[in-house]
Design a protein around this ligand. Structure first.
Ligand SMILES: C[S@@+](CC[C@H](N)C(=O)[O-])C[C@H]1O[C@@H](n2cnc3c(N)ncnc32)[C@H](O)[C@@H]1O
Length: 222
């Protein structure tokens, strides 16, 4: 695919600031200060040597940064353009639909590698079967980076709520529909699958985006 075409797909389908920088800058964009703060929070938290699958990894910006921390990284995305871009960076990325994580043989193989960590960065809201992935994951931790339902503007002004949170259905492990209207409810949703959670973003009420880590086992440190 022509790089200009990839860039178009990239901007249409991926659209995060870091990916835009990655696609347009000739500088080394993978040093930390060029990554947006959520990526930095995740990078700082993950120890070297972990195996990681980035779900809906986009153009692979986060994976590439993690690979420089000597982590074993792999990912997948629905968008062929994003996959091509990730692969052009030498990343182990395949095309796949997260909602078919347990039926598409390529994704089944990816999860059968038993990653320590899976990441949902700016994608949880698109995925109909996110609960099933939470339920079936056997590794240590899940990182969720997304719009912060507890952001002060969202809390104060009902008309400034994030439409994605209003429309997306989150079901608990008991199939109860959970309304994600603050950070606590997002954490309770993940915890219903047997995880503990912690917020990695400092002063989360002031931040539009937030990183939450869900841990499978409270006694096993990352
Ligand atoms: C906002 S982008 C985030 C990309 C990247 N994770 C990041 O943080 O920069 C959302 C990504 O989700 C992907 N996506 C949406 N639905 C998907 C699905 N069902 N399975 C896999 N990827 C999906 C899109 O192709 C897009 O790359």
């Amino acid at each position: 695919m022509d790089p200009a075409e990839i860039l178009m797909v990239e901007e249409d389908m991926v659209g995060s600031y870091a990916d835009h920088v990655a696609a347009t800058s000739t500088r080394d964009v993978y040093v930390n200060e060029h990554l947006h703060s959520g990526f930095r929070d995740i990078l700082e938290d993950i120890r070297p040597g972990k195996s990681i699958v980035d779900i809906a990894c986009g153009s692979g910006t986060l994976l590439q940064a993690l690979s420089k921390k000597e982590c074993t990284v792999a990912g997948f995305d629905l968008s062929p353009g994003a996959v091509e871009m990730s692969r052009s960076k030498g990343l182990d990325v395949v095309q796949g639909n997260a909602d078919q994580f347990d039926t598409d043989p390529i994704l089944v193989e990816l999860f059968a590698r038993n990653p320590d960590i899976i990441i949902f960065s700016k994608c949880l809201v698109y995925l109909a079967r996110k609960s099933d992935i939470f339920r079936s994951f056997k590794g240590d931790s899940i990182y969720v980076y997304q719009s912060n339902p507890g952001y002060w503007r969202r809390r104060l002004f009902a008309n400034n709520r994030d439409i994605l949170f209003d429309e997306v259905i989150y079901r608990s492990s008991q199939e109860k529909i959970i309304s994600i209207d603050d950070l606590g409810s997002l954490r309770r949703w993940g915890e219903s699958f047997g995880y503990t959670s912690c917020v990695l973003t400092s002063w989360p009420i002031l931040k539009k985006n937030v990183v939450v880590r869900f841990d499978r086992d409270t006694y096993r440190k990352l």
